[in-house]
Design a protein around this ligand. Structure first.
Ligand SMILES: [Mg+2]
Length: 97
């Protein structure tokens, strides 16, 4: 899936489920989701106790984080395609490649 298509699908979902939160609510959710990714990776690596190892799903947590990044990008009017393209160009210029 292309990033712009992902943003469109996230937009459709959000508009169909009560609309966008304000930016500070989205930032709070982004922080929460990042913490969940961190916990899942630590559990998957055996660095944190897990009640049920089958419940550890790093991909699901990264999906939650990605969804929330798309929500923030939509609210801020940012194209994820352009943002990622821009950062890759910036890093290539800085680090070579
Ligand atoms: Mg999550």
């Amino acid at each position: 899936m292309e990033l712009h298509e992902a943003q469109r699908q996230v937009d459709d979902f959000i508009r169909g489920h009560g609309g966008y939160w304000n930016k500070f609510q989205i930032l709070a959710r982004l922080t929460e989701e990042l913490g969940e990714v961190s916990a899942a990776v630590q559990r998957a690596e055996g660095l944190r106790a897990s009640v049920d190892p089958s419940q550890v799903n790093v991909a699901d947590e990264i999906g939650d984080l990605l969804f929330t990044v798309a929500v923030l990008a939509n609210v801020c009017g940012v194209s994820l395609d352009e943002a990622l393209r821009g950062v890759l160009l910036k890093y290539a210029a800085r680090d070579g490649g």
